[in-house]
Design a protein around this ligand. Structure first.
Ligand code: F6P
Length: 366
């Protein structure tokens, strides 16, 4: 099949750069290093059991087995983290990195030059799906380093990464599914690339991705329903009531438990994803991580014409306070996310005011 009628990722980056005559190409080189890490991960994932890469990372492999989140690390989590670090530390474009798998900021080793960007990533999202051959992905976000860190080349501290999502320079995810895809925003819309395995290049297959404003599809882990706050209970209950309820139409539900796969479905055909703040664990303000899950996904979604929110405010406005901070996250088709935000803004009814019939039929009866 001829590849010449499509842009390669490199050509796309050069084309975008032409709009900024003063840029030196560092940024493009950084994106290509990230893309190379994603290709290496895709290749490793594709061998599965044949490559001996499934299962938990164990002490036999000479490293820890639990990450900073308190989660058991899979072999592929550790390998993917290494690919991201090794392929990005040497290029001279980064002042430092932060990863889901690293408790503290990763400092660029002394033998390499330091640059002006920060790379923040979840090297392999959807760990529960690794061993069962369901789509997983990598998520990344690029920020500018603080001016004094660039000027002095000093080591980074956690606070250097505490920038609101609106300040992201670029964000993307790679999806390791039936095909490997890279979905990317440089702040000028969203473009999708499919890895052509015969030439090892990401080819632009989905220029200018737009999320439909309306949808009949929602995704949520309903096993948490007894911990949800009222606005989420109300929203899901109304979706379940379908044609017979307040929304007047039927909805479909999906849950893959792999946010990248879920986000990709929403990018392609619309939908809404909810992993809201709940009261399951008072120490956790939500399940997903702000800096390397919610912010990059939020930037992509907004650039594709969708909406990304905590439920109460735009996710890209949230001031981070921790490297591994968790947050409630709702994103997808604009009109549905706005509906969920409206429900958060309205006062919750007193228990006595809830129609007993509605409560009886609810998924979340007390
Ligand atoms: O780490 C995040 C993640 O794996 C997401 O990819 C996914 O949406 C979520 O966790 C699944 O959580 P749960 O197991 O609670 O459904």
């Amino acid at each position: 099949m001829p590849i010449t009628h499509r842009l390669t990722l490199t050509q796309y980056l050069i084309q975008e750069r032409r709009r900024y005559p003063n840029s030196k190409g560092e940024f493009n080189a950084l994106i290509l290093d990230v893309a190379l890490a994603c290709k290496a991960i895709a290749r490793t994932v594709a061998f599965g059991e044949l490559g001996g890469v499934l299962g938990n990372h164990s002490a036999d492999d000479g490293d820890k087995t639990i990450n900073v989140q308190g989660e058991v690390q899979k072999k592929l989590d550790v390998m993917s983290n290494n690919y991201f670090i090794r392929l990005n530390e040497w290029g001279g474009h980064l002042a430092g990195m932060a990863s889901e798998e690293e408790e503290l900021p990763y400092q660029i080793p002394a033998q390499y030059p330091r640059g002006k960007y920060l790379l923040v990533f979840d090297p392999l999202d959807g760990s529960s799906n690794i061993d069962v051959n369901v789509s997983i992905g990598s998520i990344f976000s690029i920020l500018r380093a603080p001016e004094d860190a660039i000027a002095s080349g000093r080591d980074l501290v956690e606070a250097d990464f505490f920038q609101v999502g609106a300040k992201q320079v670029a964000a993307g995810y790679a999806l390791y599914g039936p095909t490997t895809m890279l979905i990317l925003t440089l702040g000028n819309g969203v473009s999708g690339f499919t890895l052509d395995p015969t030439v090892g290049e990401f080819m632009q297959t989905h220029p200018n991705i737009k999320i439909p404003e309306d949808t009949n599809e929602f995704a949520i882990n309903a096993s948490n329903s007894r911990f949800w706050e009222y606005p989420i209970k109300r929203y899901v209950d109304e979706c379940l009531a379908g044609k017979t309820g307040a929304r007047g139409r039927d909805f479909n539900m999906r849950w893959i438990a792999s946010m990248v796969a879920e986000a990709h479905r929403i990018m392609m055909r619309g939908g809404v994803f909810l992993y809201p703040r709940d009261n399951k664990d008072p120490n956790m303000a939500g399940r997903l991580r702000l800096l390397y899950e919610a912010n990059p996904m939020g930037f992509l979604v907004e650039q594709a014409g969708g909406r990304a929110s905590t439920g109460s405010e735009p996710i890209l406005n949230v001031q981070p306070t921790g490297l591994h901070q968790r947050i409630g996250f709702v994103f997808g088709s604009k009109n549905e996310v706005e509906c969920i935000e409206r429900y958060h803004a309205e006062p919750a009814p007193k228990k006595d005011d809830i129609n007993p019939l509605f409560a009886e039929r609810s998924l979340f009866r007390d």
